[in-house]
Design a protein around this ligand. Structure first.
Ligand SMILES: [Zn+2]
Length: 142
């Protein structure tokens, strides 16, 4: 959906909603455009103020909007983990086992582990999850 700022011959400014730039041209050439204030059909588009309305277009959300949403979500997860979990780094599998078997105080931890290590932990019944979006370390865990 495109919104154009339109102006009639009497300098009345108003908004026109169009499916596309072509739709605007078609409506104008068919005389379907008229000023809501004076009904003049001598309407032109103001070149500087046209814009695309993302919110009203529910047929297909633009890809970059989806990307914005998911990167924000990932940042929130990372912030939460950063502030609520002890970073034990590469000791993660060892620490996870100690906590699980009661050898150290129970707490939330995060750190790094390989896919195999995570699988081994899960097989022992120790919950470990990879967190999405870590830029370098793809096996970051909580
Ligand atoms: Zn007018």
């Amino acid at each position: 959906m495109i919104i154009y700022d339109l102006i009639c011959e009497h300098s009345h400014r108003f908004e026109g909603w169009f499916k596309s730039a072509t739709d605007f041209t078609a409506q104008k050439s068919e005389g379907m455009l008229s000023c809501p204030m004076c009904s003049s059909r001598n309407v032109t588009k103001l070149p500087t103020a046209s814009r695309i309305n993302l919110k009203r277009d529910d047929s297909k959300a633009p890809d970059h909007v989806m990307a914005d949403v998911s990167s924000t979500l990932i940042e929130k997860i990372q912030d939460y983990v950063d502030s609520h979990y002890d970073d034990v780094g590469k000791d993660f599998p060892e620490e996870a086992r100690k906590i699980y078997y009661g050898e150290t105080s129970a707490r939330n931890i995060r750190g790094t582990a390989s896919v195999d290590e995570v699988q081994a932990l899960n097989e022992e019944g120790i919950p470990a999850l990879p967190i999405p979006g870590a830029p370098i370390d793809k096996t970051k865990l909580n």
